[in-house]
Design a protein around this ligand. Structure first.
Ligand code: ZN
Length: 327
């Protein structure tokens, strides 16, 4: 069995030459599409793809036409014949995001996609199991990334919202349209009794989240309810881009794990709220899977692989070694 990088995700090639594209594109491979973020979508160019219903719906809401894809629910699997089986489990990163469990002749390969090992207001932590090979994302795979407890970050965000409102301004969040935006909506809904106005892109993804979380409450920019909320002037705005409303004063914040190490000086506030595991979370996840081989990809993959080697693991970064013969 081999795993190789083609610069966009990874290709797993089995001993019988069948191949599986992990968030990657290979016209001859079966693609596993882990979630609906843009940097994980190349698999939809493949002849056939596996993803979750929620990922498919979010992508449709964002205007992607999907073809020849198979939908699996969490805990479900598909038998692809000749000893190959693929199962899907939650990764805790966003709605529908999946960990793929690939079983080949009784041996397991786990591909995490993007994962979060801590619970959030919307999602349980990533699922894990024992596996011989672990292919893991390493966005925050450097020891400098240690996130505070999520509830503390939530409290800081809520405190900031209250202060901004008290100051007569509108708290506004510039966040990813899929995932982080819906988490902020949920946080405001559960903490502060003020309406949430969202941009159209955030609203189209939130409409998919509402199937799972019917209590999510927001109004979409451009609607009649949005005009009423804006007239009243007491609201939280959640958008995928920075913009202004005539006659209203906005204070802008970002919510991203990169706030730990990057300056967001052009914003009024920056909160280290991440949908990914931090360094300690990644290490814990590797230990919970207890693999014979770890392949790291995305973000700090080289740093993370070298830490794992120091801990005695057989680990390779796909950014350094383009082709790993695994077992
Ligand atoms: Zn992602």
């Amino acid at each position: 069995m081999e795993i190789m990088s083609n610069g966009r995700g990874a290709i797993l090639t089995l001993d019988d030459s069948r191949s599986i594209a992990l968030d990657s594109d290979d016209p001859n491979a079966l693609a596993c599409v882990s979630h609906a973020h843009m940097d994980h979508l190349s698999g939809f160019g493949s002849r056939s793809a596996i993803t979750t219903e929620e990922t498919k719906l979010i992508l449709s809401a964002r205007g992607f036409r999907l073809r020849n894809h198979m939908r699996l629910g969490f805990g479900e699997s598909t038998d692809l014949g000749s000893g190959l089986k693929v199962s899907v489990h939650p990764s805790g990163h966003m709605l529908g995001s999946a960990v793929f469990e690939v079983e080949v002749d009784g041996m397991k390969v786990l591909y995490t996609g993007d994962l979060n090992t801590e619970p959030s207001i919307l999602h349980d932590p990533a699922w894990s199991t024992d596996a011989e090979v672990l292919v893991i994302e390493s966005t925050y795979g450097s020891p400098v990334y240690r996130f505070k407890e999520r509830d503390l970050v939530y409290s800081e965000i809520v405190r900031w919202i209250r202060e901004v409102l008290r100051d007569g301004r509108i708290p506004a969040f510039n966040v990813y349209a899929a995932g982080k935006a819906q988490e902020i909506i949920a946080l405001v809904n559960q903490s502060i009794k003020v309406p949430v106005l969202v941009s159209r892109r955030v609203g189209s993804v939130a409409s998919v989240y509402k199937r799972t979380y019917p209590w999510l409450d927001y109004v979409v920019e451009g609607s009649r309810s949005a005009s009423e909320v804006l007239r009243d002037g007491c609201l939280v705005y959640v958008s995928d881009r920075v913009s202004q409303f005539e006659g209203l004063r906005l204070s802008w914040a970002v919510a991203t794990g990169w706030a730990l190490t990057r300056s967001f000086g052009e914003f009024d506030a920056a909160f280290p709220l991440s949908s990914h595991a931090d360094f300690a979370g990644l290490i814990d996840y590797v230990n919970s899977v207890s693999p014979r081989v770890v392949v790291t990809m995305y973000g700090h993959s080289s740093v993370f692989a070298s830490h794992l080697r120091r801990l005695g693991r057989r680990a390779f970064s796909l950014d350094e070694i383009r082709n790993v013969r695994m077992l």
